[in-house]
Design a protein. Structure first.
Length: 328
């Protein structure tokens, strides 16, 4: 331990990654079930060479100031880094690691689980049975929506969006995608690039896979819900603030769309007095898109590898601010 760089890990992570990290650093792990509060996080990171963070940790100027100039590496166990001030890190010569790729297929699986659950009213049916209301077969009860042959709209078409689209082809679906840049045909496959407004009007199922940034915050709000079919289903496994929660409530409550299925919310976790929780046409899971044993192990290992590379002065396998290497 003596002479090893000090690293603070903001939560318990899978042993596969933690053990790898401990082989090359003096590691302190926050033991709490909840994230360390900002003031505690600032105190814990003071004097550390590395910080291994999660999406629940705000890495900003105040934290970087508290850490001190010896902080050389931030490694996040997530793909998205909207909780990190990348500009501030880059200005200080601090590379920020993240974990793309390893959770692509797993998150796409969860998006499909939510899509199917919403379309076929799986949660409604489960509640109905457990409440003792199932008396007989009823040909007019618990009617859902066909998935096969329907139109799927992917808002954002990176790794996860494309993985969701590949699954859609097995259901014989027509796939549209909306993002600023059209992909080459070899990359997009049978999916068709369209403007966002066209996607919203034409899609039966709309799934969000865009990063959160100032341009995508509340990308889906009241004007967008007005374009959707009354039978449309919205799925969000990206980031909660991409959807305006007040507009979502209004659209679901008024029957402007049929259903929404969310793995992420705004705020997160959702407040227990949120009116959204009173709606029966909403399915929510607690940000578990990457939550499988295998994938969380891979994420932890990659976060550790990013950290160890950064501590050694080498280029990270996956860096969210690669321009930092031109400034150091």
């Amino acid at each position: 331990m003596a002479g090893m760089p000090r690293v603070f890990v903001t939560r318990k992570i899978p042993a596969a990654g933690l053990q790898r990290l401990q082989a090359g650093a003096a590691v302190t792990v926050w033991p709490g079930e909840l994230p360390p509060p900002p003031d505690i996080l600032r105190a814990q990171v003071a004097g550390c060479t590395g910080l291994l963070s999660l999406v629940t940790d705000r890495v900003d100027e105040a934290l970087l100031d508290a850490a001190g100039p010896q902080l050389r590496v931030v490694s996040q166990m997530a793909v998205g880094v909207d909780n990190i001030d990348l500009g501030a890190c880059t200005a200080r010569g601090v590379p920020v690691g993240h974990t793309p790729g390893v959770l692509t297929e797993t998150t796409a699986d969860l998006a499909w689980a939510l899509l199917l659950a919403a379309a076929r009213r799986v949660v409604d049916g489960e509640r109905f049975v457990r409440s003792g209301n199932w008396k007989t077969f009823d040909p007019l009860h618990m009617l859902g929506l066909d998935v096969h042959g329907a139109t799927l709209g992917c808002v954002g078409f990176g790794r996860i969006g494309q993985a969701v689209a590949r699954r859609a082809h097995g259901f014989g679906m027509r796939v549209l995608y909306a993002q600023p840049r059209a992909l080459a045909a070899a990359e997009a496959g049978a999916a068709r690039h369209v403007p966002l407004a066209s996607l919203l009007r034409e899609s039966d199922f709309i799934t969000l896979h865009t990063p959160l940034n100032p341009q995508t915050r509340h990308l889906i709000g009241a004007p967008q819900f007005e374009l959707m079919k009354r039978s449309a289903v919205l799925i969000n496994t990206a980031r909660g603030p991409i959807v305006d929660p007040q507009a979502l409530y209004a659209a679901l409550h008024a029957g402007q769309i049929a259903h929404a299925a969310l793995d992420v919310t705004d705020p997160e976790p959702i407040l227990m007095d949120s009116p959204l929780l009173q709606l029966e046409n909403l399915t929510i899971t607690p940000h578990v898109g990457s939550a499988t044993l295998q994938t969380r192990d891979r994420m932890a290992v990659l976060a550790a590898e990013n950290m160890l590379a950064g501590l050694a002065g080498a280029r990270m396998p996956h860096c969210a601010n690669p321009q930092v290497y031109a400034t150091v």
